[in-house]
Design a protein around this ligand. Sequence first.
Ligand code: NDP
Length: 444
Amino acid sequence: MSYVDEVLERVIAKNPAEPEFHQAVKEVLNSLRPVIEANEEVYRKEALLERLTEPDRQFKFRVPWVDDKGQVQVNTGYRVQFNNSIGPYKGGLRLHPSVNLGIIKFLGFEQIFKNSLTGLPIGGGKGGSDFDPKGKSDREIMAFCQSFMTELCKYIGADTDVPAGDIGTGAREIGYMFGQFKRIRGTYEGVLTGKGLTYGGSLARTEATGYGLLYFTEEMLKSNGSDIKGKTVCVSGSGNVAIYATEKAQQLGAKVVTVSDSTGWVYDPEGIDVALLKEVKEVKRARLTEYAAARPSAQYHEGRGVWTIKCDIALPCATQNELLLEDAKALVANGCMAVAEGANMPTTLEATEYLQQNKVLFAPGKAANAGGVATSALEMSQNSERLSWTFEEVDSKLKNIMVNIFHNLDDAAKRYGKEGDYVAGANIAGFEKVANAMMAQGVC
Ligand code: NDP
């Protein structure tokens, strides 16, 4: 049996009932086969893949808090510190009822390669809780965040592990967590990113994942003889990534015609009104029905259906496994030329394969959405030198990083005879740097 297959079997046996983690490891290791096979003897002797697929450590803890009725609630908190061979652990905190250890491990594993691809010195980690922020009062959110940080603060620090936002964790939650960290540890350090601008946050961090997705997509299209201007784009999600992907796509001359949330979606043939979307989602924290009610050109539909709309470019920006094989078939039938993942692993393995077989340009999330974590690393740099850079400075560094990521993975794919396979290219380019660092640091 090949080394890759052996390790895949081992991961599945050792981590039962964690399908998302299995899926992420399978996707990465399968596309690394040419690299592993070329160095099989050394990697096997060093147990490199076994070490890479086993987190450095993982924490699971109780998060008790009191709701507005005086009732004590109990959630579970997680932090997985996956790999710090190229820098301190870095990765977001997801607050969503679906969160479990397997989901955090899949996200932490992906984060290793994504962070490596940015070219910046950051390792891979991820955390979160099954807490559902929806419908909670500000006081309840604060009570949860303080309790969560009371435990988490034992394991993180500016030079060890620097969490950030993710689904359900935005500026408000980061603020409450930062306040509690400071209170308990008594140090003012860049222990979290995505902070508010008045206390160490970076300009352009809010926009970074969505903007970065578009800088990457623009470069991918350019390098394939096309252009984003004038294209019709379908976006899913209506959170941080989706909003700023929509904004940048429109700034670059494309027309975004859909957005969605977990209950329904909007088709707006005249183009999404970003100011209205921000008002509904960022200010009122309301459902998309409010967007449709305020916008005569928009049609609201219950359930899912974004990918049935004809488009040139699809940008899944909501959550994992939201673009299925049937959606990939609909996109191909409608002439879609590119899919770039704003979310983490939004496309299933079968859907990815179908898109690639049908010559759709496919940009995996670990490359295309790396602008968020890259700008978090820029926030860490600013915190370390106790300076703040301008929006333009951060945005131009972000653009350079995204353009470099595209060319690094494009080159890696070509080196291994997989031209145009950006999934393989991203995994290979991300892996090479981490593998070299791990080998150089000995058995640890
Ligand atoms: P937000 O919480 O701001 O938004 C998430 C959006 O996705 C919301 O519109 C939400 O709808 C929708 N959504 C969430 N879960 C589901 C579900 N199960 N089914 C359908 N829709 C769902 O999160 P972000 O925009 O920050 O993150 C989106 C994705 O991007 C995630 O995969 C995240 O890991 C990834 N990502 C985020 C980065 C960042 O900087 N924020 C960086 C890199 C990746 P509703 O409001 O109804 O829940």
